[in-house]
Each structure stands twice: as C-alpha cells, then as structure tokens.
Write a protein of this length. Structure first.
Length: 94
C-alpha cells in the first residue's frame, strides 16, 4: 500500500506548464482572496471547484477578470472561466 506522491510534491499554485498545450480548461471560481506569502508579499488568488491548485493573479490577470466579471470579486464566485497556457516574456525571458 503506497501513497499519492503528488499530494506532497505538487505546487499548490497553478502554472502554465500544468495546463495542456492547445487546450482550454473550463473551471468554476470557488473563491477569490488575498494571500500573504512568507516573503510578506500580498497576492490576489482564485480557487476553483474543479482543481486543488489555485491561481495567483498578476496585474494582467486581474484586469482580464475585471473586464469579464466586474470589480466585485464576491460576484466572481460561481462564474466559469477558461484557462489555457500562453507563452509570455518576462524580464527578457520566456
């Protein structure tokens, strides 16, 4: 009898590499809150009914969600969105 190693090794936050290239994953927003990391950074995060992992929101993601769902994050709960990986360049790196 073994154990689920993913339970102990999976990052609690979703990354692009966790998504299948070329596919959209439709998820339902379960919660939206600010999380304080050990570094002291406070970051907005959303959780999903269909996933254990949560998604950290950078400025671009927040703007897109506000454009789609409005500024009241309580109203985001229960809304469906599609997640998909895209290539981005950050500080000259991809």
């Amino acid at each position: 009898m073994g154990f689920d190693v993913d339970k102990y090794t999976r990052n609690p936050f979703l990354k692009g590499e966790d998504l299948v290239e070329g596919e959209r994953l439709t998820v339902t927003i379960k919660d939206a809150e600010e999380v304080t990391f050990p570094s002291g950074d406070v970051v907005p995060v959303v959780g999903f009914l269909e996933l254990e992992q949560r998604l950290t929101l950078n400025k671009t993601r927040v703007k897109k969600l506000v454009e789609m769902l409005g500024t009241d994050t309580d109203e985001w709960i229960g809304q469906k969105i599609a997640l998909y990986p895209i290539d981005v360049t950050y500080q000259g790196k991809q």
